[in-house]
Ligand binder design. Structure first.
Ligand code: FHN
Length: 574
């Protein structure tokens, strides 16, 4: 009896110390599905140069400055002396995450530059030993997260470490052959042990850019995490299809709903680490819609902030995140703990999330006075707007339900309409289900990933523009599609181009990943008097058993940069 009491007391005391109840791996997995929205933080020495090196602007993502500029290790190490984040306040950061409606936080314990943002005993290249700050901010952050019931996890770069001769990535200091296992044994494994031991129960370890390591190495690292913290999740960038959930490409939202457990890491502007010159901020409406889109397709959104070297999260990021949080305060029921859409999406008007007996229609583009949902077999009992509970009249005939809407959106960013249905799980007619193969597949620019710093989305014409010709990263529009079946597809593109800027060569690529182009077709941009027209480009072939396909659109020169691309249509021809 006394023993039972003692054990219970110890558990309760340890729970209240960490203020984080210890869950099982399965429970954490379920949590991961339910939380939907998290804060990613890229913070490190790169926030000192903040995207400028020796007075020059450094193109591309800020945390890669050491690599872009091929900065020697000895010179990069000097940045530590200038890193003194005296304005860092863990409570303020976590409060921001809470205000934004974010339920978990993932921060860089060590990025590719090799600098540990926590007190590492394995290397002196860390925040406590190498900077005037001399404190471990991760301790304060993990505590503040526990206090606010925000789940806490670490990013760890397990393959690239530009500080180390045997890790991947630095060929300017270390051009010679390398032995990854030396780095793995001497730095990566011991540091992963440190972060799993000193910061309470972790929600997840977020590995990145698996290179050089073998499948056995990946399995060993994954096992290590689960031995030290059985409940802790691991993302799939551990490598070799290991990990507990699938990590999608950066900013890469799938075109259709996708049934695995997955997460999208994404930026608020064009960088992860702080860049003083990057003011290409996404607007809150865009992000609120992306959150609904991702959740409706079955995923989580991990949205990044890049704090400054002083320890401040840029004001612009704060304003954007708080607006998302205000929307979530009213509409959170349609996001958290929901399941993905049972429907196929043929346009950009609405997205759907579900709970037992309820469908949440996220109206992203107000369709006028009627919203028609085809293919719903479950009888609708009641419909109302989530924001004000006002009833919405509807007519259900056959398998189509039409809701009567007021002429203007309640919320131009995303108005949520709740339909209560007779079934716990919605029944949807074949042909309208999310995973039905379709002969016509439309990829809207709105759903594409705008890669490159210059592309802009024009809301009025719902198109992507400014395809200027630049070195890496090139300006390309990407689509990630998961349900294209084997066969040949005709490719048509809808665009508008002023006659005087016609002439650039279009490239449309079927790729395997970011760096593996498989099939490229070319065409020439025609003048359309700046009116939208559908133009035939050619044909691509989708081979059997492709889990997903990356499609890229770009121009071979900047002559037609002001082309406005609205969509690409893939029509199956055999
Ligand atoms: O190279 C990194 C990059 O710096 C950043 O950390 C992103 C976040 O997903 N991951 C890698 C590129 O995919």
């Amino acid at each position: 009896m006394f023993r039972t009491w003692l054990v219970t007391a110890i558990i309760l005391i340890s729970m209240s110390c960490s203020m984080r109840p210890q869950l099982t791996h399965e429970q954490e997995m379920q949590k991961f599905k339910d939380v939907k929205f998290g804060m990613f933080i890229h913070w490190g020495l790169y926030s000192v140069p903040a995207g400028r090196w020796k007075g020059e602007y450094d193109r591309g993502i800020g945390e890669w400055i050491m690599n872009h500029q091929r900065i020697p290790v000895k010179e990069y190490e000097q940045l530590a002396k200038q890193f003194n984040p005296v304005k860092f306040n863990a409570e303020t950061w976590v409060q921001l995450a809470e205000d934004a409606g974010m339920k978990y936080m993932v921060i860089t314990s060590k990025h590719h530059d090799g600098f540990a943002m926590y007190d590492s005993k394995v290397s002196d290249f860390d925040i406590v030993d190498a900077t005037p700050y001399q404190k471990d901010p991760m301790k304060a952050l993990s505590k503040a997260c526990a206090k606010h019931h925000i789940k806490f996890g670490f990013y760890y770069s397990h393959a690239q470490d530009w500080h180390e001769p045997n890790a991947a990535g630095n060929d300017w200091d270390f051009p010679e052959e390398r032995d990854y296992s030396i780095y793995l044994r001497n730095k990566a494994i011991p540091q992963v042990k440190e972060i799993l031991s000193g910061y309470g129960p972790l929600f997840l370890i977020w590995f990145d850019t698996p290179r050089l390591l073998t499948e056995a190495d990946a399995i060993e690292l994954g096992n290590l995490v689960h031995q030290l913290q059985p409940a802790c999740l691991v993302n799939s960038r551990l490598g070799f299809d290991q990990g507990d959930y699938e990590q999608m490409g950066d900013n890469a939202i799938p075109v259709e709903p996708y049934e695995e457990k997955w997460e999208i890491p994404a930026t608020l502007n064009d960088t992860w680490g702080y860049k003083v010159d990057d003011d290409n901020w996404k607007n809150p409406k865009d992000l609120i819609q992306k959150l609904a889109d991702i959740v409706s397709k079955g995923g989580n959104y991990l949205l990044n902030v890049g704090p400054t070297a002083e320890g401040l999260i840029p004001d612009e990021s704060q304003v954007i995140l708080r607006e998302i949080g205000q929307w979530l305060k009213v509409n959170g029921e349609s996001i958290y703990d929901t399941e993905m859409s049972p429907f196929y999406y043929s346009d950009l008007i609405w997205r759907c999330t579900t709970k037992p007996g309820k469908l949440f229609f996220h109206i992203l583009n107000w369709p006028g006075t009627e919203l028609k949902i085809p293919g719903l077999e479950s009888p609708v009992k009641k419909a109302y707007f989530l924001a004000n509970s006002d009833q919405v009249p509807f007519v259900q005939k056959g398998n189509s339900v039409t809701f009567s809407l007021p002429p203007k959106a309640l919320d131009d960013r995303n108005t949520v309409l709740v339909a209560e249905i007779d079934d716990q799980t919605a029944k949807v007619e074949p042909g309208y289900r999310y995973n039905d193969p379709h002969n016509v597949n439309i990829m809207y620019a709105r759903e594409g990933r705008m890669r490159g710093e210059d592309l802009k989305y024009d809301w009025e014409s719902q198109s992507c523009t400014n395809f200027i010709d630049t070195p890496s990263p090139v300006n390309e529009l990407f689509w990630y599609t998961y349900h294209l079946t084997e066969g040949d597809y005709q490719v048509d593109i809808e665009y508008a181009c002023p006659d005087e800027s016609a002439g650039s060569v279009i490239r449309f690529i079927r790729a395997h990943g970011l760096h593996e182009d498989i099939e490229t077709i070319h065409g020439t941009v025609e003048g359309t008097g700046n009116q939208f027209e559908i133009k035939r480009l050619g044909k691509i072939t989708v081979p059997p058993n492709q889990r997903h396909i990356l499609l890229k659109f770009g121009l071979d020169d900047g002559k037609s940069a002001d082309i406005k691309v609205r969509k690409v249509i893939l029509t199956k021809i055999n």
